[in-house]
Design a binder for this molecule. Structure first.
Ligand code: FAD
Length: 493
C-alpha cells in the first residue's frame, strides 16, 4: 500500500472515498467520532422495530453501484436495492392523492383529475427535466472543479447558460403548471438539497426525471445496509476504520498537512480528507492562522441548509394510506419556507414526510405493527428556536397533525423517539445542525460550493454535502469517489 491518508468521518462521502483510494493501493485510515459508521444515517433497533434514522429516499443508484464496480466487485454481493413503484404517495390537504409514478400515462391521469391543464404540460416538463439532468451530469456532477480553468471556461459558461441559473425552481415550474398541488409536488425537490423552491435555481427540476424515470429505490434490510455493504468492502480493501475517535485538530506544518490530533493521540498523515462538514472542520479543527480563505467571517456568510425534526414511531397499527414513502402537504406550501429560512422557526403548518419501510419488507416491525420514520423540515440552529423548550410541544403537534390526516394512535406507540437538529449537530458536528451542508438557495451556493481541495492547507481535501457537487446521499457518494480518484492519481503518480 502507498501513501498514508486519514479520512475524518465515516459517512457516505468518507466511505466511498476510502474504497476508491484503497482499491488502487493507497493506505487509508478512517477516524470516526461516533460509535458507529454511517454519519447522518444510523440504524436503531428497539422492541422488534427497525428504524433507519437519516436518509430514506434513495435515488441515482448508479452512484452507489460505481463504488462497487470500481472496486471490482458485484454490488449485489454486498447490498441489494429494489425499485419502488409508485415512487412516493403525495397526499394534499383537500384529500387529493397523487402517487408519483414512472408510468407517464398514469401520472397524467392523476394530475388531470384535478388539473387537465397541468396534465397536458407534464410531458413537456419531463422533457426539460431530462435535459437538465443530462446537462448537470455532463458538466457538473461527474467532475471536480479544482482549478479556475475547470470552473471558468467556455464549455462551463455555455452549460450554465443552458440551465438558466437565475431562474428559480418555482418560476420554472410555473412556466409549465398552475395548480398548487403540482407546484408543491415538484417544488418539494428543492428540499432534497435542503433548500427552498422559491430561492433555489431551476436546475433542481431535474429531480422530476431522476425520480420518475431513473427511480426511487429501497434497500433490502433497511437503508443502513448501504453503509454496512460499503463498510465491509472498505475493510476487505484494507481500510482501517476506527470509530469512537474524535479528531481535535488538523496539524499543519509549513502550510502542509502533517497529521491529526485526536482524543487518543497524534496520527501522522500525508493527506487528510475531511468528510465532516467543511464549515465545522474549518471552525473546529484548523487554527485561524491556517485558514485565510475560510475565516470565521467567510464561514458566517454561508447559509446552512435546512435541518430536520425526526420522530421514530413504532406502533401496533397499520395504515392503508401509507406507502413506503408518503408526503402530507399542508394547505399552502410557501409559508413553510418563510418560517424556516426567514424566521428560522418550525413551520406552523408543516409538510410531513413518512418513511414506512415495513410497507415493502416484512420483519421491519412486529406482525401487524408499523415502523414509521416521520420527518418535518426544520430551520438550521439559531437563537430563534429553542429545542430544549420546544421538542415535546412540537413533537405532540406533529402527531396531532398526522391524526387529523388519518394517521391516528401514534400517541400510544410502543416506541416513540424524537431527534432534533440539536441532536444532529451533537452527533455529526453538522454546521448549525444542517443536514445537506450549505443550502442551494443561491447561484453561488449551488454552483460554486467550497472546493474539494483546501485553498489554505496543502494535502487537505473535502468530501460531503457542503463541498462540490452538493448534498444528499448519491451526490456526497459521488464527491467521495471523485476525490478518491484524483487523490489516488496524485499519490501513485
Ligand atoms: C433526518 C435526515 C433525513 C435525510 N433524508 C435524506 C434522504 O431522504 N435522501 C438523501 O439522499 N439524503 C438525505 N439526508 C441527507 C444525507 O443524510 C446526507 O446528505 C449524507 O448522509 C451526508 O453524508 P456525508 O458523508 O457528507 O456526511 P455525514 O453523514 O455527516 O458524515 C460525516 C461524519 O464525519 C464525522 N466527523 C465529523 N467531524 C469529526 C471529527 N472531528 N472527528 C471524527 N469524526 C468526525 C461525523 O461524526 C459523521 O459521522 C438526510 C439527512 C438527515 C439527517
Amino acid at each position: 500500500m502507498r501513501g498514508n491518508v486519514i479520512i475524518i468521518g465515516a459517512g457516505f462521502g468518507g466511505l466511498s472515498c476510502a474504497i476508491r483510494l484503497a482499491s488502487q493501493g493507497v493506505q487509508v485510515t478512517i477516524l470516526e467520532r461516533q460509535q458507529h459508521v454511517g454519519g447522518k444515517l444510523q440504524q436503531i433497533e428497539r422492541d422488534g422495530y427497525h428504524f433507519d434514522r437519516g436518509p430514506s429516499t434513495i435515488t441515482m443508484p448508479s452512484t452507489f453501484r460505481s463504488v462497487f464496480d470500481h472496486a471490482g466487485v458485484a454490488m449485489e454481493d454486498y447490498v441489494q436495492l429494489y425499485e419502488l413503484e409508485p415512487r412516493t404517495r403525495n397526499i394534499f390537504a383537500d384529500g387529493t392523492v397523487v402517487d408519483l409514478s414512472g408510468n407517464r400515462g398514469w401520472m397524467k391521469e392523476q394530475i388531470a383529475a384535478y388539473s387537465p391543464e397541468d396534465a397536458a404540460r407534464y410531458d413537456a416538463f419531463m422533457d426539460e427535466s431530462a435535459a437538465l439532468y443530462a446537462e448537470a451530469n455532463r458538466h457538473f456532477l461527474g467532475k471536480l472543479l479544482l482549478s479556475p480553468s475547470d470552473k471558468y471556461n467556455l464549455q462551463m459558461l455555455r452549460s450554465l447558460l443552458r440551465v438558466r441559473p437565475t431562474v428559480k425552481l418555482d418560476k420554472l415550474l410555473r412556466s409549465y403548471f398552475q395548480h398548487p398541488h403540482t407546484l408543491a409536488m415538484f417544488g418539494r425537490y428543492a428540499t432534497y438539497v435542503g433548500s427552498s423552491p422559491y430561492q433555489s435555481p431551476s436546475i433542481f427540476a431535474m429531480m422530476g426525471h431522476v425520480e420518475a424515470e431513473v427511480g426511487i429505490y429501497g434497500v433490502k434490510g433497511g437503508t443502513y445496509q448501504l453503509i454496512e455493504g460499503m463498510t465491509r468492502l472498505a475493510r476487505e480493501k484494507g481500510v482501517q476504520i476506527i470509530t469512537g475517535t474524535e479528531v481535535r485538530q488538523i496539524v499543519v506544518r509549513n502550510g502542509k498537512v502533517a497529521g491529526v490530533d485526536t482524543d487518543q493521540g497524534f496520527r501522522e498523515a500525508d493527506q487528510v480528507v475531511a468528510n465532516g462538514d467543511v464549515l465545522s472542520v474549518n471552525r473546529l479543527l484548523l487554527a485561524p492562522e491556517h485558514r485565510k480563505e475560510m475565516s470565521n467571517a467567510r464561514i458566517r456568510k454561508y447559509e446552512p441548509s435546512i435541518s430536520g425534526f425526526v420522530t421514530l414511531a413504532g406502533v401496533r397499527r397499520q395504515y392503508d394510506a401509507l406507502l413506503h414513502h408518503t408526503v402530507f402537504f399542508p394547505e399552502r406550501y410557501e409559508p413553510e419556507f418563510d418560517h424556516i429560512f426567514r424566521d428560522r422557526k418550525m413551520p406552523a403548518d408543516p409538510t410531513i414526510y413518512i418513511c414506512y419501510s415495513g410497507y415493502s419488507e416484512a420483519g421491519m416491525a412486529p406482525a401487524g405493527a408499523s415502523n414509521l420514520f416521520i420527518l418535518v423540515n426544520a430551520p438550521y440552529l439559531s437563537d430563534s428556536w429553542n429545542w430544549e423548550q420546544q421538542t415535546e410541544r412540537y413533537g405532540a403537534f406533529v402527531l396531532e397533525q398526522l391524526a387529523a390526516r388519518g394517521i391516528t394512535g401514534l400517541n400510544e406507540s410502543d416506541v416513540l423517539i424524537r431527534y432534533t437538529p440539536r441532536d444532529i449537530e451533537r452527533d455529526t458536528l453538522a454546521h448549525q445542525g444542517s443536514i445537506y451542508g450549505i443550502s442551494s438557495n443561491s447561484v453561488k451556493q449551488t454552483f460554486m460550493r467550497p472546493g474539494n481541495r483546501s485553498k489554505d492547507v496543502q494535502g487537505l481535501w473535502y468530501v460531503g454535502g457542503t463541498t462540490h457537487p452538493g448534498g444528499g446521499t448519491p451526490i456526497v457518494t459521488l464527491s467521495g469517489q471523485l476525490v478518491g480518484e484524483q487523490l489516488a492519481s496524485e499519490i501513485l503518480r
